[in-house]
Design a protein around this ligand. Structure first.
Ligand SMILES: [Zn+2]
Length: 254
């Protein structure tokens, strides 16, 4: 299995939940008090003859008006039109913004030939949610124009693509486990967004159920170590992918 990290950018996020571009070379974190500093990176995976995208980023464009996501997919040697499945962990804006993009001010699908795979409960709650973390206009557009597949609970979407309903970050957040018989690739979405979150135990305010998220991080970390998963970290800053070891109660990411 081949994995490509599609780095979209670094951002700071404050209580207003807006993502402000942050350049660690130029910007001073002290100018942005009470902010979270994160990277955003969807992943492209070649699984057999299928091309998968794991989450879609904020959907920001470069100076030429091209989606950064499209630019990165081309850099990896693929065409956005060839993406078969867009596998979504959840629908917060920093994960779902790139599902669509604007061309000449008209909304269009970023992956016109793909099936967008979404946990049903997440879809339904995203529609009715009034928080600024969800953008209803995206979901309206998808409903009318995209090929959508809804999955429920935990199960096998295909024999090689498994979804696990985790909840915790949002009530219907899900993780993805890809297995081609040779490699196992785990995408924990915002339940395991950064490698550093394995190394310290804490309850995060941004999770719907912070205690459950903390417990899941530990459980997934242990399983990743035992089964030698390649873990993909959507918000990882230094490391974006890695294998996990667990010895004497201590995790390490290698
Ligand atoms: Zn989220």
């Amino acid at each position: 299995m081949q994995v490509f990290t599609l780095y979209e950018g670094s951002y700071s996020v404050a209580a207003d939940k807006k993502f402000i571009p942050f350049d660690p070379q130029k910007d001073n974190p002290k100018d942005r008090p009470a902010s979270l500093f994160i990277s955003v990176q969807p992943f492209l995976v070649k699984l057999g003859n299928q091309l998968l995208l794991l989450d879609t980023g904020l959907g920001y464009s470069n100076d030429k008006g091209e989606l950064i996501l499209h630019q990165n997919i081309k850099k990896a040697g693929f065409n956005p039109d060839d993406v078969d499945y867009v596998l979504m962990s959840h629908l917060h804006y920093d994960h779902s913004g790139g599902m669509v993009h604007k061309v000449d001010n008209l909304m269009s699908l970023s992956f016109p030939n793909a099936t967008y795979v979404i946990q049903r409960g997440e879809w339904e709650s995203a529609f009715t949610n009034t928080s600024s973390s969800y953008r209803t206009e995206i979901f309206d557009f998808l409903q009318r124009n995209a090929q959508l597949a809804f999955v429920e609970d935990t199960g096998d979407f295909t024999p090689q693509i498994r979804h696990e309903l985790t909840g915790a970050h949002t009530p219907y957040h899900q993780a993805w486990l890809l297995d081609d018989g040779q490699d196992k690739v785990f995408f924990g979405g915002d339940v395991l967004p950064e490698p550093g979150e394995l190394l310290r135990k804490f309850i995060a305010k941004y999770d719907y159920d912070g205690r459950k998220a903390m417990e899941l991080r530990e459980a997934y970390g242990k399983q990743a170590a035992i089964e030698n998963w390649n873990c993909l970290f959507y918000h990882g800053k230094d490391k974006t992918t890695g294998h996990i070891t667990y010895n004497d109660g201590v995790f390490a990411v290698i």
